[in-house]
Design a protein around this ligand. Structure first.
Ligand code: NAI
Ligand code: 13P
Length: 343
């Protein structure tokens, strides 16, 4: 086994009770969250489709998605979704946003009724414009939906580095209970009853992370970067408001917090995607960048609802090949001058 070894078991939060947690998805974030759940004192079964990934996780590594990180065995990984869900007290859905519908459809017949389904993906469904919570409510109407989001790179969480996230559910008591159960020494979970706000913040920040990478890659400078993040945040809040998100939620971890993280670090796959784009490099083979489908649907939503979102619209057009980065910058810089409104 190569790489630094990280502990799979940890202190947990004493007295809150050990849960059987099912994790759906064996990528970087699914594996990291499975480790976080072990550290919080729970038992974990993880479903992944790929037998090689399942075997590797059983041996304390996931070289495809978390290269260089070794962890103590303890995650029970399986290719059988029914086994992963059997006896679960809670489910974390950690496949990409565009795969959520398929993942839930596969889970539906094996889902214990009434247990919470916690969304851990960040995105908006490309084809329908549905928020992920709406997909859960459609496919699993007997399961309360929650969302876990915030500035948290999988590699950091897998290594047990200190991280803070927010867990949201419409039912405040459920959100608070999940936050307590998921927290451990190095994972601090705040709770929120603004499910939509937490979802929107996590989904839209990816679009701006792509823009930030592109600005860096194209050598447009730190001033342009700060301007984009500031005006991007205005767009994020406008779209959030249209969905009913509370403004203060978007000022928090799943919004401003995640925007700051992923717009400033090449560790972000969305930033890295934008960086390659800005440098004119090939995009083939790059890791998952959720902001790509989200940009397209967010631009459509903004157009349909009459929401002013020129940066999101520009990112979508660049990704679509309709305009170049230079053309986008010129168009953004020569928009009619106006008073600075931040709402
Ligand atoms: N990696 C990170 O640092 C973080 C990721 N996230 C979010 O978590 C979600 C998942 O991201 P990662 O795990 O990092 O991606 P990843 O690319 O590392 O892994 C995705 C996994 O989902 C699997 N998968 C895809 N479609 C599936 C399906 N229909 N059924 C079962 N498995 C399927 C893939 O085989 C792969 O194992 C994304 O929405 C991402 O934005 C959120 C916070 C941090
Ligand atoms: O959402 C994330 C950190 O909070 C991970 O961002 P990337 O998907 O861009 O790597």
């Amino acid at each position: 086994m190569t790489g630094e070894a990280v502990s799979g078991q940890g202190v947990g939060n004493p007295g809150k009770g050990r849960w059987q947690v099912a994790v759906l998805g064996g990528g970087a974030w699914g594996t990291a969250l499975a480790l976080a759940m072990l550290r919080a004192g729970h038992q974990v079964r993880l479903f992944a489709r790929d037998p090689e990934t399942v075997a590797a996780i059983g041996q304390g590594q996931n070289p495809r998605y978390l290269p260089g990180i070794a962890f103590a065995p303890g995650i029970e990984a399986t290719t059988d979704i029914a086994t992963a869900l059997s006896g679960a007290d809670c489910v974390l859905a950690v496949t990409p946003a565009q795969s959520l519908r398929a993942t839930l459809a596969a889970a539906r017949d094996h889902m214990p009724g009434g247990i919470p389904l916690v969304l851990c993906a960040k995105g908006i469904e490309r084809d329908t414009g549905a928020l992920l919570s709406a997909i859960v409510e459609e496919i699993l109407p007997r399961n309360p939906v929650a969302a876990l989001s915030g500035p948290s790179f999988a590699t950091d969480v897998a290594r047990g580095l200190p991280t803070a996230v927010v867990v949201a559910a419409r039912d405040e008591a459920l959100a608070a209970d999940l936050a307590v159960r998921f927290s451990a020494e190095n994972l601090r979970c705040y709770s929120s009853d603004d499910l939509i706000g937490v979802e929107i913040g996590g989904a839209l920040k990816n679009v701006f992370a792509i823009a930030a990478g592109a600005i860096t890659g194209a050598g447009l400078g730190a001033s342009a970067q700060a301007a984009m993040v500031t005006r991007g945040f205005v767009e994020l809040r406008r779209i959030g408001a249209a969905f009913g998100a509370r403004p203060e939620t978007l000022m928090g971890l799943s919004g401003l917090g995640d925007l700051l993280l992923t717009c400033s670090s090449a560790q972000s796959r969305n930033f890295a995607y934008g960086l390659a784009l800005g440098q004119g490099k090939t995009l083939a083979g790059l890791a998952l960048a959720e902001g790509v489908p989200t940009a397209a649907i967010a631009a459509r939503i903004a157009a349909e609802r009459g929401i002013e979102a020129p940066i999101i619209t520009a990112v979508a057009a660049i990704l679509d090949g309709a305009i170049t980065i230079r053309q986008a910058v010129t168009a953004l810089m020569t928009r009619p001058l106006k008073t600075e409104t931040n709402d």
